[in-house]
Design a protein around this ligand. Structure first.
Ligand code: ADP
Ligand code: ZN
Length: 711
């Protein structure tokens, strides 16, 4: 049996070995046993029923909640040469009759159905009459849970399959792992005899990074420069913000589409389809964009707002990297996020118990943000899984985390809240601590408070960080009436009384002084620059074939397969057949075309235009020319001349390009304008300003002047 399964894996799917529990699951099911499979996204659930479907005599019925998912799977199987169909309400009556006839003739191996369709008496009778059902596969089985977000009442009726088809094995699959959902699946789907297969929920290919929010858009942009050409999702909380961010990204040269519940159905479907079918699109979305997004090569998920719980964070970030290739989960979070979510929870409907649960979930999310240990260890621990060692693949592991004894400043901050009457926001509290005698302070008499001016040992942004951390840790809270004022909580008493101390993580230095806080990441190294041209050529061919066949590109070949071609450089069909993901059918159909591309498009250097674009994006994102030079491995002189050129073409203003004191700029401008007639070349002034600025700066200032004079 095992040999046969392995042969199918190789011949049909083109893979060499089973992953994780796949072999054991397949064996169990192929031998007629029930199974409950809990495996993370990207773990390879589909093969767990597709291989048994091919091993067993008869028809496998797959229940799936979304039409888009079914169509995707059917297209994938079709490309592999496996006869599969989806029956859904979008088909014409003739097409449905045609499928019924093919089913009766036993021509089809896999039938995909929505649950509501399967449980119609007519359908059940039809399947009974066929009499050759090999297997029922229930995908997204957590939809049976009434407590989850994805509850589908129709799933409740799937329990009857156990009585109606007592001899047919059933396999239920989900990426949702918690105990409660697991118990519900067993009860409601009548899976008491199912063997349980519980995988680790770690997603080792995802790099996690959480940064303090400073200038979120610029931070996002600088993160995205590492993902040029990649598909990804940017999550925002509100519809308005979705629209704004999508527009902003598009204007900055990152093709982005909006997705939220306020858009018409047609537009949403259209944008979703584009996201699936095109390469390198960014979806800016509310959490309305989610289940059913099976695009395997989502290279990053960015959060501009804080999710409400770790469950949500895990699920949303988990949409990255289903194909197992390096991917990034990036989030910027700040005090406003916490205040907003807390306020929303306080003012929401619902009983106290429910609110308490929600609050606890938010606390766990906040704890992850302020965490000093390995993020992955903490995340998995929340789902009751132990990762024995730090992962080495998250920001905390890679950058290290500095902590400091914040006891004294924390007491001062709490005392500032208390003494000013527990009604002011962070801005005013910081003014008090720093001893700023502005109008508001004076009109309130706050310069007479004991804490006034006591906090000069910390800078403004350090105080802001501290307040965020105090709120995140529950020492202070936002007032319910909603002006964003802070008040103390019970939890801060021991600290104020001097009974405990407080150790906090130090925020990484802001972008300008330390490269950029998107830091090292996994995905930016997916293809090296000297490989890019060939990579693009392979992707172009894939896109062309996908269009011809009316399927998304990843159905032709997943990225992992293209990447293996790129690295393995097969020269013959025989070599091509050894690439993982190239099964017999695809080898026959596409092997030669891809070989031709590999032979025709030799590896070459990255086109110059790309470097230009990246320099401009990075400088807009707040990086200095020396930092850009390091990041792009491009000489400083080159960076300056690219900037000067962009200034001349008015793509950039001088202020955007360089941060210089105004009087120095004035002095240099005057020097250029000293002589009548044309501006002198920058080199003519190089010696004069040699101690003050690199000559590249002179190029830029000259370019700005020239542009101004030309107007
Ligand atoms: P899930 O449904 O669990 O999210 P999929 O079934 O979509 O995961 O599989 C994720 C990716 O991994 C797919 O591209 C699939 O082809 C690939 N895959 C699954 N099993 C294997 C395997 N044994 N070897 C190589 N690739 C695999
Ligand atoms: Zn780690």
């Amino acid at each position: 049996m095992f040999d046969q399964a392995l042969r199918i894996l190789k011949d049909v799917f083109g893979y060499d070995a089973f992953r994780g529990d796949q072999a054991r699951i397949i064996e169990r099911v192929a031998n007629g046993g029930d199974a409950l499979v809990l495996m993370p996204t990207g773990g390879g659930k589909s093969l767990c029923y597709q291989v048994p479907a091919l091993l067993r005599e008869g028809l496998t019925v797959v229940v799936s909640p979304l039409i888009a998912l079914m169509d995707d799977q059917v297209a994938t199987l079709d490309e592999l040469g496996v006869p599969a169909v989806a029956l859904n309400s979008t088909l014409s009556p003739e097409a449905q009759r045609d499928i019924a006839a093919r089913l009766e003739r036993g021509e089809i191996k896999l039938l995909y159905l929505a649950p509501e369709r399967l449980v119609q008496p007519r359908m059940l009778n039809f399947l009974q009459r066929l009499g050759n059902i090999a297997l029922f596969a229930i995908d997204e089985a957590h939809c049976v849970s009434q407590w989850g977000h994805d509850f589908r009442p129709e799933y409740l009726q799937l329990g009857q399959l156990a009585e109606q088809f007592p001899d047919v094995p059933r396999i239920a699959l989900t990426a949702t792992a918690d105990m409660r959902t697991r118990d519900e699946m067993i009860q409601r789907l009548h899976l008491q005899n199912a063997e349980q297969f519980l995988s680790s929920f770690d997603r080792p290919n995802i790099f996690y990074r959480i940064v303090p929010k400073e200038q979120p858009r610029k931070q996002l942009l600088s993160f995205l420069t590492q993902h040029r050409g990649d598909a990804g999702i940017v999550y925002c909380m509100s519809r308005k913000k979705v629209e704004e961010v999508a527009e902003y990204l598009s204007a900055q040269g990152f093709p982005a589409l909006p997705y939220h519940a306020g858009l018409s159905n047609e537009l949403r479907a259209f944008n979703q389809k584009r996201f699936l079918n095109e390469e390198g699109l960014i979806m800016v979305a509310t959490i309305a964009f989610g289940m059913g997004i099976d695009k395997p090569n989502v290279r990053f998920v960015a959060h501009l707002d804080l999710p409400k719980s770790l469950e949500a964070y895990y699920q949303e970030t988990g949409r990255a990297g289903r194909d197992g290739l390096p991917s990034d989960a990036w989030m910027a979070y700040g005090l406003q996020d916490i205040l907003l979510l807390r306020q929303m929870m306080q003012s929401s409907e619902g009983d106290e118990r429910h609110k308490r649960v929600e609050r606890n979930k938010l606390e766990a999310m906040l704890a992850l943000c302020e965490e000093t240990r390995c993020r992955r260890q903490v995340l998995l621990a929340y789902f009751d899984e132990t990762l024995p060692e730090p992962c080495g693949h998250c920001d905390n592991c890679v950058d290290g985390v500095e902590t400091w004894d914040a006891t004294q400043p924390a007491r001062q901050a709490l005392s500032a809240i208390y003494r000013s009457g527990q009604r002011y926001g962070v801005g005013h509290l910081v003014d008090i601590l720093l001893g700023r005698e502005n109008d508001k302070i004076k009109s309130l008499g706050h310069e007479r408070l004991a804490v006034f001016g006591l906090g000069k040992s910390l800078a403004e942004d350090e105080w802001r960080t501290l307040f965020r951390q105090l709120v995140a840790r529950g020492f202070a809270d936002v007032d319910v009436d909603g002006f964003g004022g802070l008040r103390l909580t019970e939890a801060c008493r021991p600290l104020l009384r001097g009974e405990t101390t407080l150790e906090l993580r130090r925020d990484p230095k802001p972008q300008r002084t330390r490269g950029n806080n998107s830091g090292p990441s996994a995905a930016s190294q997916l293809v090296r620059s000297e490989e890019r041209q060939q990579w693009e050529a392979l992707r172009t061919l894939r896109r062309k074939l996908a269009e011809e066949h009316g399927v998304p590109p990843y159905v032709i070949f997943p990225d992992a397969t293209l990447l293996e071609m790129l690295r393995g450089q097969p020269r013959t069909l025989h070599d091509m057949g050894r690439i993982s993901g190239v099964g017999a059918r695809k080898l026959e159909r596409y092997g030669q075309a891809f070989l031709d591309v590999l032979a025709d498009a030799p590896a070459a250097l990255e086109p110059v235009a790309d470097v230009r674009h990246e320099v401009i994006t990075l400088v807009r994102a707040g990086m200095t020319p020396p930092q850009i030079s390091r990041q792009l491995s491009c000489s400083e002189k080159n960076v300056y001349s690219i900037l000067a050129e962009a200034i001349a073409r008015q793509q950039l203003s001088l202020e955007q390009a360089l941060e210089l004191p105004d009087d120095l700029v004035g002095e240099i401008q005057d020097a250029f304008l000293e002589e009548e007639g044309d501006l002198p070349p920058a080199a003519a002034l190089a010696d004069r300003f040699a101690d003050q600025v690199p000559v590249g700066v002179l190029y830029c200032i000259r370019a700005a002047l020239a542009a101004e004079l030309a107007e």
